[in-house]
Design a protein around this ligand. Structure first.
Ligand SMILES: Cc1ncc(COP(=O)(O)O)c(C=O)c1O
Length: 405
């Protein structure tokens, strides 16, 4: 029998974070080579541990999670999530508007199924975490990339968003704080994007999974709080803020005028019912985790690991000629620019592969985040400061002689 083809919708689906360069790295690891993996935002890999609050909540409640739970999520957990978002200004949100799933990844899939028809367009940032473009393809829709502007702190280019609206546009996504740039958006820029959605009657999607990882005493502004008159899908979860990526704990809160969002909530409810419920074990920890703000704050304050690792990274990068960057205000990612002329780089994928083979350091090329030019890469700043400084010196050493053919 001939090879069985995949569906057409899979053609553009890509995951460079775990793509061909990652596979090469895994072959090297199998061959006994020690590879420094700066490719995934998985804090547990680098010695971060979940807070005691989460561990205690899980262990002391474990027996409550043996049955299927409420299809939208356990009431205590949804109440805690609802209180959290009301506290951030989504004033009319109720527990019934909250859906808990197996990570933000699952609820993004479900949400996009509720509002995208084949042929629809969705505005998605470039660069961005590839989950979103992939889910648009899977929904049979077209992701239309708008540019984020490195010269303006990586904020979305609002004029570019406006230019790219067509009669087929259904929704605008912002990822704030952003992966891969670590940029935190100002209230002003969010308001401008919300205004475009308002004028064109679009759904706003706001991926806020890094909202508790904001540094430098800055404050995260919730998109939905600025748009009570619009349908807004707000995504959040505990993977990063509470070091429990493997628990698969994320949620969606749908806000906006009741008559506009009723059908979307009904569709989400059908999808939630189809998979019976989300993982109940993870839901046990949500109330305790959202109450425990201190453990996350300790990581992002001066002296905390995430803060200090960022400082060590940028100090080391400052020593490398041919690399520039915009300092991140949130999360643990940096998206530096590489001088492609100096190093004659025409392929960012080849650059990260050559670096991997030479220095055993695994990065992700900018193109893996739907960035159109070969001039960026993402660093995950999760290893200890000393390890990061050493790795960046190695990158500098590699670049001192590197020229692409
Ligand atoms: C911006 C963004 N959204 C969503 C996710 C998925 O998170 P989860 O672990 O909740 O599925 C990630 C994971 O890295 C992310 O960076």
């Amino acid at each position: 029998m001939n090879p069985v083809p995949s569906s057409d919708r899979m053609e553009n689906v890509h995951s460079d974070i775990r793509g061909p360069v990652f596979e090469k790295a895994m072959q090297m690891v199998s061959a006994g080579i020690d590879v420094l993996r700066l490719n995934t935002g998985n804090p547990a890999t680098f010695g971060f541990t979940m807070p005691d609050s989460v561990r205690t909540a899980l262990i002391s409640n474990v027996d409550k999670a043996v049955g299927y739970c409420d299809l939208k999520g356990m009431p205590d957990a949804r109440k805690a999530i609802c209180d959290y978002h009301v506290g951030k200004g989504i004033l009319d949100l109720t527990m019934d508007d909250v859906f808990i799933g197996n990570g933000v990844s699952e609820v993004v899939n479900m949400a996009m199924t509720t509002f995208l028809n084949p042929g629809d367009e969705m505005l998605i940032p470039s660069p961005s975490y590839s989950l979103w473009t992939n889910m648009a393809y899977i929904a049979g829709a077209t992701p239309v990339l708008y540019r984020c502007d490195e010269a303006s702190e990586w904020y979305p280019d609002v004029a570019d968003i406006r230019r790219k609206i067509t009669p087929k546009t259904r929704a605008i996504l912002i990822i704030n704080p952003n992966n891969p740039t670590g940029s935190l958006y100002s209230k002003d820029v969010i308001e401008q994007i919300v205004q475009i959605a308002r004028e064109h009657k679009l759904i706003m999607c706001s991926d806020e999974i890094y909202d508790r990882l904001v540094m430098d005493e800055l404050e995260h502004v919730s998109t939905a709080a600025l748009a009570p008159d619009l349908p807004v899908f707000t995504f959040n979860g505990l993977s990063k803020s509470h070091i429990v990526c493997g628990f698969r704990c994320g949620w969606l809160a749908i806000s906006g005028p009741r008559r506009q969002i009723g059908g979307l909530i009904a569709s989400m409810t059908k999808l939630a019912a189809m998979r019976l419920c989300g993982n109940a074990l993870t839901q046990l920890v949500i109330p305790a985790a959202l109450e425990d703000e201190e453990s996350t704050k300790a990581l992002i304050a001066p002296g905390g690991r995430i803060y200090e690792q960022r400082e060590a990274t940028i100090k080391a990068l400052d020593q490398i000629e041919g690399i520039t960057y915009v300092k991140n205000s949130a999360a643990f990612y940096l998206f530096p620019k590489i001088d492609t002329r100096k190093f004659n780089i025409t392929s960012d994928k080849k650059f990260v592969l050559d670096l991997l083979e030479s220095k055993h350091i695994l990065l992700v090329a900018g193109s893996g985040f739907d960035w159109p030019e070969p001039d960026h890469f993402r660093i995950v700043m999760l290893p200890e400061s000393k390890v990061l400084s050493g790795a960046i010196q190695e990158i500098g050493d590699f670049l001192s002689t590197y020229r692409q053919e």
